[in-house]
Each structure stands twice: as C-alpha cells, then as structure tokens.
Design a protein. Structure first.
Ligand SMILES: Nc1nc2c(c(=O)[nH]1)N[C@H]1C(S)=C(S)[C@@H](COP(=O)(O)OP(=O)(O)OC[C@H]3O[C@@H](n4cnc5c(=O)[nH]c(N)nc54)[C@H](O)[C@@H]3O)O[C@H]1N2
Ligand SMILES: Nc1nc2c(c(=O)[nH]1)N[C@H]1C(S)=C(S)[C@@H](COP(=O)(O)OP(=O)(O)OC[C@H]3O[C@@H](n4cnc5c(=O)[nH]c(N)nc54)[C@H](O)[C@@H]3O)O[C@H]1N2
Ligand code: SF4
Ligand SMILES: [Mo]
Length: 684
C-alpha cells in the first residue's frame, strides 16, 4: 500500500482559504484535516469541510455528462458519453451563433471555486472566441469594494490579523464566528489583553451573542448611525486635527453636514437609544486602536456602497489609520493584484471585431425573460454557481430557464436548483482532483492546491471543460488549449512559486507593518481623503455621505401590503451558500427551512412556533415552518429566512431568493437582497 500526504487549500467562497492535508492510500483519499502549519487556519477546517470526502465520494455526485430526458426543471437526465454531449453542445451553440450572433450566448459563473484557474481563466478565452455577451456585476463584494475605493481611492484596507493589536473591536455587519471563523482566535487574542468587542447587526447572530456589547439597529439604517457618531466626534472634539489637516479635504463641510445628525435624530431612524450612539462615538473616539471589521453583509442593500463610503470616514476623522490595531478592514483580496498576473489569463484579441454586450449576473432572470432583448439569450452556460438558489428574483430565473428555446449548459458536481433545468450537464471535479492557486480575501496568504487524487468518474476540471468545448466547436487558436501548468507559470511569475508549491502557502510579499493610510496616501483625484467629494457628486453619489432609504423599505410604496423586512443571511454552520445542503449529514442537523418572527409579529398574525406559514410578496411565496422564540434574533417589523437550503430540501422546491429584490446597489453592481418586503400568514 502506498500512502501519501498531499497539501491543499480550500477553494470555497469564504474569506478563510484554509490549508488542508489529504491522506491518500492507493489512489483513494482516506482522510482530510487542516494543515497544522498553515499560519492562519492553524490546522482547523470547519463544520462544512470537515466532511469534504463525503462530498467527493458522494453517491449523488454527477460523474458523467448528462442529457435531459424530462421537462426542464424535472431533473430527469440520461448518462451520455463526453463525445455525444460535446457534439450536442457544439451543434446547438454553432447554430445559435449563426442565427443570432455570439451575443445570444451568456456565461454565468460565480466563485463556487476561488481557485484562480478554475474560477476564471480559460473561460474568458472561450467566451471571447465565441463573442458571447459579457457577464457583469456581482453577487458578492462589488458594492463594498466600490464604496470603499471611492472614498479611499483604493480598495486596500488593513490586515485583518491586526485586529489582535486592537483595544476596541467593531464587528460591523459581519458574522465573524460563522463566516470568517478563523479570524475569531485573533479577536480573542485582543480580548485576552483587555479589548472590548462590539457587534452592530440588525440580526442577533452567534457573533453578537459572543460580543461584549450588541447593538441592533433597524436594517439598512447604519449610515444614520455613522453620521451621528461623527456628530459626536466633532462636537466633543475627538478628531485628530493634525491627520485631518494633512490628509483630508472637506472637513468643515462635513462638520456642517453632521451638525444636524444629532444622536436623537439618528436614534429615531435606527431604533436604538441616543445614549448608546453617544457611548459608541465616545468609545470609538477615545480609543486610538479601535479596529473596524466588516465583510459584505451590509452591501446587500440599495444603498450598500454608501455604507462603506461612510464607514471609512470614522478612522479618517480620528486618525485611527495611524495605529497598528486601528483603522478599518474588509476583504483584502485586492492585495493579490500587485503580485499575480491575472491579465495573463485573458486573450481579448480572440474577440476582435465581435460586439459584446454586458449582461448583469444579478439580473439574469430579467435577461432570460425580456422579450425586447435583441438578440435574446438563446444559450446560457452556468458554472461555479447555482443562480436559482443564490441570485435574487429566482422565480423569474426559473421561469426563464423553462423556455423551450433556451439551451442551458451547466458544469456541476451535484444536481443543484439550476442544474435540474439544464439541457446538458458536464461533471466537474472537486478541489482535491485538480491543481490550483487560491487567493484569499480574509488574510494575506496565497495558497497552493495540489491534486491529491485522479478525477472521480468522468469529471474534469473547469479548464479542461473549456478546452474540450473549444475543440468540439472546431476552434484552433492555441490560446484556447493552454495547459494548466503553463497558465500557472505565467500567473505566478512574480511570486516565490517554489516555496508556494512546497509549503502550499506563502505570505504575500508585503511589509509586516501594513497600515495602508498611516501617512495619508489616499489615491483620490485630490490625493486626500475627500469628506466632501466633487467627483462622487458628479457620479450621482452625493457630495457628502448621506442616509437614504430604499424604495423597497418601511414607509415605501410596497410597505402597506408587505410590512415586514425580510433578512436572508447566512446562519448555518454546515452550509456554504447553497453548497452542502443537498447532503444529509449537513442538511439534517440544520433542520427544515424556517421563517423567524418576534413574538409580537407572530401574535399579530395568529402564528405560533412550529406553524406552517406562507412568506410572500408580489414576486412569489414560500411554504416554511414558523420559528417563534422568547429570545428572537430579529426585531419587530423584521423576519428572517436564512439562505442556503437547496430545492430538494424545501417543501415547494423553492428557495428564499424567489422573494428577494434584484435592484442593483447604488454603485458597484451589487444587489439589494436584503431590501425585500414580505408578508407572512399562517397556512391552515
Ligand atoms: N457558514 C458559512 N460561512 C460563510 C458562508 C456561508 O454561506 N456559510 N458564505 C461565505 C461568503 S460567500 C461570504 S461573502 C461571507 C460573508 O461574510 P459576512 O459579510 O460576515 O456575512 P453575511 O451573513 O453576508 O452578512 C453579515 C451580517 O450582515 C448583517 N447585515 C445585513 N444588513 C445589514 C445592515 O444594514 N447593517 C448591518 N450593520 N448589518 C447588516 C446580516 O444580518 C449578517 O449577520 O461569508 C462566507 N462564509
Ligand atoms: N438571500 C441571499 N442570497 C445570497 C446571499 C445571502 O446572504 N442571502 N449571499 C450571496 C453571496 S455573498 C454569494 S457569494 C452567492 C453565492 O452564490 P453561488 O456562487 O451560486 O454559491 P453556491 O450555492 O455555493 O454555488 C456554488 C456551486 O459551484 C459548484 N462548484 C464548486 N466547485 C466547482 C468547480 O470546480 N467547478 C464547477 N463547475 N462547479 C463547482 C458547487 O457544486 C456549487 O453548486 O450567494 C449570494 N446569495
Ligand atoms: S469553507 Fe472556509 S472555513 Fe471552511 S475550510 Fe474552507 S476556507 Fe476554511
Ligand atoms: Mo459571498
């Protein structure tokens, strides 16, 4: 028997990008555990990935190409050979290009794998060669990035691990213990030295339960809270005037603007006590090493980017950026750009002379059902994602996918909400069956993933799928067939690739003392942080940070009919977006899809804990069980249906995203999932 230990890196769309080691005996992976030498994840994985091998060897895995035999959506398929499935796709796609032009073909890929090769490399070339439509916008991260970068002039923020030096930690719209769990020990390290942890979230999360203080504003009202905090900071002179004078513009204008934003005014908007706002501001202003941590939770709103633009004003006013353990930290993925040659994956010349229109991945339902779209979408390729479960307006997406004249190709490991609508499914490998490089967005390490086992069944890595499709289409350009090794060599030209392959993890070659704005250096048009910004005003985002209400919110036109704000955040330990919810070992402990209500809202509707209820709005309805407890996670006027259950686990084969809002965010191309209003009623 031969036994090998193979080092790898988790590919999931998760800030932690943990290191793992796979034990392989005679070609079969027999165990997998965290890599104890990984400087960030330190030998631990998570309740999702601890059972990864069950996923790899699951009897439900898709292991051959599949061709549809039943009605669209019925999940009825027959196994086919690669040759037959490729020929069918080449035929149909060739016909569509001839009859409608390349733009009738739309790719939809997300971050189901964050490995650089498998997420987004040869697919760019394949779709450029086809002259397809271009996928734009983002389900995750774009609004946070844009709002931050608009204010700082750059998307770069502090090293999350510097939280360990903080004296005060704000976890603002992020559920660290669930979604970024390997950062928690660094927060505990600060706490052991006396730091206080404050969570600000409309939902009482497991992170809120572990904090020293939990502040629960009404959803989407944080900008008012931030403006009032600035009011207090300026009123009580807790401003670093030297920093402000040297590195910013527009302070006087900001001071006049926030003069009206008294704690009392914000308290009425946010639904929290004015004295809490006073205290938050004073604690923040009196603590040089006050660290603000966030990820993406608050971006999923119509004014999602404004949240981030406003939030970064706080460390700028107090000079918090100067201190290791101070400042502001969100995704640090952008640090990779300086070291990795992402452009080496593109081959834009393959699209020369071909018009390419943008199609929003967030509004794919609209694109599939829009009778005026010219050319209409005639073929859709879905990979690394499950839009019917994860994108908003999912009922519209499902309706689009049922069109007889639409040809849908999905690359998947499992029969997802989306795959069940496909015409052809290609089997995809899992991370332990392929080589890749993984950039992290929750820490500053780069990971390598060594292939541990041969592909299971007839599954192939995504790159191989694009090569096979290009060959089947009769394309001949060599760029379409470049090997993974060759792609990696170019991509990694500027990092220590040898150490990366050897240890499967390296720290990005950045200084230990990162503090990106300790001495100003804001890359805005003026070279200063612009509290009042002419260029943001010109783009329609307001000269100053402003609190705005969403159209689909309390007091808005739909609120008389649909009085409850629906939050659909990630709450499950064992699901990763919609992944894993199809496996019994993960889904059974999470129980049934539910809707949580406060006792007051439940009583007003005659609903008791465990009742069957209908959650609905004009978009659709879902049939779930009510959860009503004495200690709710919600506030009155809000309800929660956690996001993650897949179709086969729900009563009516629908996920919460049939109800959510596909309005794009104020800027950045994010989407307003959480600005969704619903009504809930008991089903008798
Ligand atoms: N277990 C598990 N871990 C995951 C994932 C998963 O599905 N399951 N998904 C991964 C992915 S893709 C991502 S992007 C990250 C996301 O990581 P996070 O950003 O930490 O997670 P979210 O749950 O999207 O949002 C965090 C919190 O934002 C809150 N929030 C929503 N609106 C507002 C608001 O207006 N104001 C404030 N203050 N808070 C608000 C929500 O209630 C939620 O608790 O997590 C990753 N980790
Ligand atoms: N209501 C609501 N909706 C949300 C969110 C929310 O908080 N609330 N969060 C949003 C966020 S932050 C995100 S990031 C999105 C996530 O949305 P998606 O990216 O659609 O997330 P998943 O459901 O995990 O789907 C990933 C799929 O990729 C597949 N996959 C994994 N590896 C590979 C591979 O190597 N090749 C191929 N071909 N496929 C692979 C998996 O099997 C899985 O089905 O959801 C968003 N949707
Ligand atoms: S899903 Fe996240 S926490 Fe779990 S192993 Fe992967 S990177 Fe780590
Ligand atoms: Mo995400």
């Amino acid at each position: 028997m031969t036994t090998r230990i193979v080092l790898g890196t988790c590919h999931h769309d998760c800030p932690d990008s943990c290191g793992w080691q796979v034990t392989v005996e005679d070609g079969r992976a027999v165990s997998m555990r965290g890599n104890p030498d990984h400087p960030y994840s330190q030998g631990e994985l998570c309740p999702k990935v601890n059972r990864f091998l069950d996923r790899v060897y699951s009897p439900d895995r898709i292991l051959t190409p599949l061709i549809r035999t039943g009605a669209k959506g019925d999940a009825q398929f027959r196994a086919a050979s690669w040759a037959e499935a490729l020929a069918l796709v080449a035929d149909r796609v060739g016909e569509i290009v001839r009859d409608w032009g390349g733009q009738a073909i739309v790719p939809w890929g997300d971050a189901g794998t964050q490995g650089s090769l498998m997420m987004n490399s040869l697919d760019r070339r394949f779709f450029a060669r086809l002259g397809s439509s271009i996928q734009v916008d983002s389900l995750c991260g774009a609004a946070a990035l844009s709002g931050t970068a608009a204010a700082l002039g750059s998307p770069l923020t502090c090293d999350p691990l510097d939280v360990r030096y903080a004296d005060l930690v704000f976890l603002w719209g992020t559920n660290t213990r669930l979604t970024n769990r390997h950062l928690w020990p660094f927060i505990e390290e600060a706490r052991a030295k006396g730091a206080r942890v404050i969570v600000i979230d409309p939902v009482r999360t497991i992170t809120a339960d572990a904090a020293d203080q939990f502040v629960q504003p009404l959803p989407g009202t944080d900008v008012a809270l931030m403006l009032a905090m600035m009011h207090v900071l300026i009123r009580d002179d807790l401003v670093d005037h030297d920093y402000v004078q040297r590195h910013t513009t527009g302070f006087d204008e900001l001071a006049r603007h926030v003069a009206d934003w008294t704690p009392a005014r914000a308290a009425a908007v946010c639904g929290i006590d004015a004295h809490i706002i006073e205290q938050l501001a004073r604690d923040y202003g009196n603590t040089p090493k006050a660290f603000i941590r966030t990820l993406i939770g608050a971006e999923h709103r119509e004014h999602g980017a404004q949240f981030f633009r406003t939030l970064v004003c706080l460390p700028t006013l107090t000079g918090g950026w100067k201190h290791k353990g101070g400042g502001f930290s969100r995704s640090v993925g952008s640090y990779n750009n300086a070291f990795l040659d992402d452009d080496s994956f593109s081959a834009p010349h393959l699209a020369a002379g071909k018009p390419r229109r943008p199609i929003s991945m967030n509004q794919i339902g609209r694109a599939l059902t829009d009778p005026t779209l010219d050319p209409p979408v005639k073929a859709l390729f879905v990979y690394n994602g499950n839009p019917v479960a994860t994108a908003p307006e999912a009922a519209t997406i499902a309706r689009g996918l049922q069109r007889d004249d639409l040809f849908t190709v999905v690359s998947e490991q499992f029969m997802t909400d989306t795959a069940r609508f496909a015409d052809v499914i290609f089997p995809a490998t899992t991370q332990i069956e392929q080589n890749d490089v993984v950039t992290a967005w929750g820490h500053l390490h780069l990971g390598f993933n060594h292939q541990a086992i041969e592909p299971v069944g007839e599954s192939v890595p995504n790159t191989e799928l694009w090569r096979r499709l290009a060959r089947a289409m009769g394309f001949t350009e060599p760029e379409l067939f470049e090997s993974d090794e060759s792609l990696l060599t170019k991509y990694l030209a500027d990092v220590d690739a040898e150490a990366l392959r050897r240890d499967a993890v390296i720290h990005l070659p950045l200084p230990d003392d990162l503090r990106p704005y300790a001495d100003g250096g804001f890359a805005t048009p003026s070279g200063r942080f612009e509290f009042a910004s002419a260029h943001l005003e010109a783009q329609g985002h307001g000269r100053l940070p402003e609190y705005r209400q969403p159209i689909e919110g309390p007091g808005g036109p739909a609120s008389a009919k649909y009085p409850l704000v629906l939050m659909s955040p990630k709450i499950h330990q064992r699901f990763l977006n919609s992944s894993y919810s199809h496996l019994d070992a993960h889904a059974n402990p999470e129980g049934e899809m539910y809707c949580e209500l406060t006792t007051t809202d439940a009583a007003a509707r005659g609903i008791a804990d465990g009742d069957r209820v209908r959650v609905f709005n004009d978009r659709d309805s879902i049939d779930v069980v009510a959860r009503v407890t004495a200690r709710p996670r919600t506030r009155d006027g809000m309800t929660i249906v956690p996001f993650g259950w897949t179709w086969s686990r729900t009563r009516d084969r629908k996920t919460v995203n049939v109800l959510t809002n596909d309005t794009l965010t104020d800027w950045g191309g994010g989407v307003a999932y959480y600005d969704t209003l619903v009504q809930v009623e008991r089903v008798s």
